[in-house]
Design a protein. Structure first.
Length: 693
């Protein structure tokens, strides 16, 4: 009998032949998944797929099911020997999410059967010009419809482990294991579960021993069992951490649990699951990771900007190939920018992308496709579909330690009831992460909201979210629609540092690809969609044009990008008043754009803010020096301060220096370090020495 789940790829790349009939059209060949039908030139709103499947001859008494990574947006499955014998075998409503259907009642070993998938695209779910399914990209006409992202046959024993929920708590050093077990037979099953741990990568750890767990599973029963809670013995070296401070060779510490299922004493199924030992929560106005204050800095990545099912079909979101370094390089670029978080905005990532962020240490806000932005989703008629999407996202992605926050919806203004229902659905599946509602005003406790565009559209977003003491606050979309201008590019950096000074727990701009279009390998401005151009946004206060900025070939020497990188540095330092005077920049994206005049030979006192947003080391050394002309010019005054800055906090200290005696520009060089290792260096803070007559 089987021990592991056997899978058979049913994609075109694996050799499977598929036919497609657009609504009111004729049968034609189609590639599956390949981004659905719109990515392949079909403009219909519904269509039917067909393929012939061969059931394994060695199926025996096992279960066989067809599993889809996603079908947008409604699927009805039929199976039969031929067209005349087709019978319904399953259905699903909800784009972007996986589902499966049991074929066992309809097939025998070695059968050749016809599988038909009747699909309704999102426009078939409209009522009074509003969608009754969450679709995540209202403004993109070519949003994916059809079978996307993957399809396979799965062969399993009739009593099997479907999933496992692993809860890790640093606060009391415990781990909880909850397998989901299924009995599809017509008899009770006497099951025994055993579990063991091992490192996923290099490392040796002392793991707890888990006692075997026995249970009688009734016919047709599917249960999430509380198998074990144990003390975690492996210590702090075993914790999952993000890649902060950025180290190109960093890999997160991950572990593996092996679950074995026996029925009547006979082994029948094994499930391996990778996990990270970490705890992310909030207390008062702050987030905490593994008990340490954790301030978030990053961006929002919207698949719609990259086109139809971009995550499923473009190589920059996939594994490395000889011609493209893939998603790992994109994550490295984001981490190199000193981001520690990315919201996967509206359209969920493919699982591979989250596997990579687990390994490379980039925290993720995973968001449902529930969208209020254009007022085009019906939250009354479609309420249950919205709730189902939230539940299914949590069911799919709970296993990823890099997912530290659920975002239940985007910009569902004044929808407190829906917000509570979505939060409840996600927490019922997984309560190990906070749930936020992104882009709304405060809807009251217990809703954890994050604000968008607090200074409106057009001005620099330097204020952030409204401070409060009972929940974290922040501004998690900003800069747009100025993001495709050099001035807006500067704001991504200067406004981030300004909001860090204001204590925002979560700071995310919108949207990086309009300023750095090729941070995802293989991407370019001409391949992407500019949302404001499609929407024809011509607001008076928005002075940027209708083009995405050019690709950046040398990112870490790019003036706006290097400024942005420094502003996001976890141990950044800045002349507070100077930052305030230069935060606006200008249309050319200059920084600094305003060089202050200071009298020659005068003594100047400046307030310098120093941050400590790392996860260890409270001692930060600040070194400063004055240089005439260029950064390597004649040296003037210098000094250093050794500061004790609690993790997740910042402090401001005054420094004084004498202005050079000769007229001309001079610079204040700032450097922070820990234990002798440089964390941050800035040499662009420029003043002008002038004679006073």
């Amino acid at each position: 009998m089987l021990n592991t789940t056997r899978t058979i790829d049913l994609s075109t790349k694996a050799g499977q032949t598929w036919k497609f009939k657009p609504e009111n059209g004729t049968w034609t060949d189609i590639r599956v998944p390949e981004g659905g039908w719109r990515a392949q030139g079909h403009t219909c709103d519904a269509g039917t797929y067909r393929t012939e499947i061969t059931i394994p001859k060695d199926l025996g008494d096992n279960l066989v099911q067809v599993a889809f990574e996603a079908v947008n947006f409604g699927a009805e499955l039929l199976i039969g020997r031929d067209e005349s014998t087709l019978k319904p075998c399953g259905s699903h409503i909800c784009g972007w999410m996986p589902f499966s259907a049991d074929l066992s009642p309809f097939v025998k070993p070695g059968d050749k059967i016809l599988l038909e998938v009747r699909v309704r695209g999102r426009k078939k779910f409209m009522r009074n010009d509003k969608y009754t399914v969450p679709q995540g990209g209202t403004w993109l006409e070519s949003l994916a419809d059809g079978i996307i992202r993957g399809i396979r046959l799965e062969v399993l024993p009739r009593v099997y482990i479907a999933d496992v929920f692993i809860t890790t708590r640093v606060s009391d050093s415990t781990i909880n294991i909850q397998p989901v077990v299924v009995n599809v037979t017509d008899k009770p099953a006497e099951i025994t579960l055993s579990a063991s741990f091992k490192p996923w990568s290099n490392g040796k750890f002392q793991y707890p021993e888990i006692a075997k767990y026995s249970y009688t599973l009734e016919p047709g029963e599917r249960l999430r069992l509380n198998m074990a809670q144990a003390s975690w013995l492996a210590g702090p070296e075993s914790y999952w951490w993000p890649n902060v401070p950025f180290n190109p060779g960093f890999r997160s510490v991950l572990h593996r649990v092996d679950l074995d299922l026996a029925v009547g004493g006979k082994p029948v199924h094994t499930l391996e699951r990778r996990f990270g030992f970490r705890e992310f929560n909030f207390k008062g106005p702050n987030y905490y990771l593994n008990g340490i204050r954790c301030n978030l800095r990053g961006d929002n990545q919207q698949e719609a900007n990259f086109g139809t099912d971009a995550y499923g079909i473009f190589p920059g979101f996939g594994p490395p190939t000889p011609s493209n370094p893939g998603w790992p390089k994109a994550v490295e670029n984001l981490l190199g920018l000193n981001f520690n978080v990315l919201r996967i905005h509206q359209i969920p990532a493919v699982p591979y992308m989250l596997d990579v962020t687990d390994e490379m240490g980039l925290m993720i806000v995973a968001e449902t496709p529930v969208r209020g932005s254009e007022g085009k989703e019906d939250f009354v008629v479609g309420r249950e579909n919205m709730i189902a999407a939230a539940r299914e996202l949590a069911l799919r992605d709970h296993r990823h330690p890099s997912v530290v926050i659920w975002s239940a919806a985007n910009e569902i203004w004044n929808e407190r009831g829906l917000a509570l229902a979505l939060m409840t659905a996600m927490l019922a599946v997984d309560d190990t992460r906070p749930v936020i509602i992104d882009g709304v005003e405060d809807l009251g406790w217990p809703i954890l909201n994050m604000e968008h565009y607090t200074t409106g559209f057009g001005p620099i977003p330097d204020q952030g979210g409204k401070p409060r003491e009972d929940r974290p606050f922040g501004e998690t979309e900003s800069v747009w629609p100025m993001d495709n201008s050099l001035q807006g590019f500067v704001w991504m950096g200067t406004a981030t540092r300004a909001r860090r000074l204001r204590g925002n727990a979560d700071i995310r701009n919108y949207v990086l690809n309009n300023a750095w279009p090729n941070y995802v390998p293989g991407q370019a401005p001409e391949l992407q969609f500019l949302e404001k151009k499609i929407k024809n946004i011509l607001w008076k206060r928005v002075t940027s044009g209708m083009d995405i900025l050019p690709a950046i070939q040398d990112p870490w020497n790019h003036p706006q990008l290097s400024l942005f990188r420094n502003c996001c540095n976890p141990v950044t330092a800045c002349d507070v008043h100077y930052d305030q005077e230069n935060k606006e920049s200008n249309a050319a994206g200059d920084w600094p754009s305003s060089i202050p005049d200071l009298p020659c030979e005068s003594v100047q006192t400046r307030s310098v803010a120093v941050f400590n947003d790392e996860f260890s080391g409270e001692t930060v050394k600040l070194d400063w020096e004055v240089r005439e002309g260029r950064p390597a010019g004649p040296r003037g005054d210098s000094g250093s301060l050794t500061l004790r800055i609690p993790l997740g906090e910042h402090m401001t200290r005054k420094i004084s220096f004498k202005v050079p005696d000769r007229p001309g520009e001079f610079r204040l060089l700032l450097r922070t370090s820990k234990d002798g290792e440089t964390r941050f260096a800035e040499d662009r803070t420029t003043y002008r020495a002038v004679e006073i007559r």
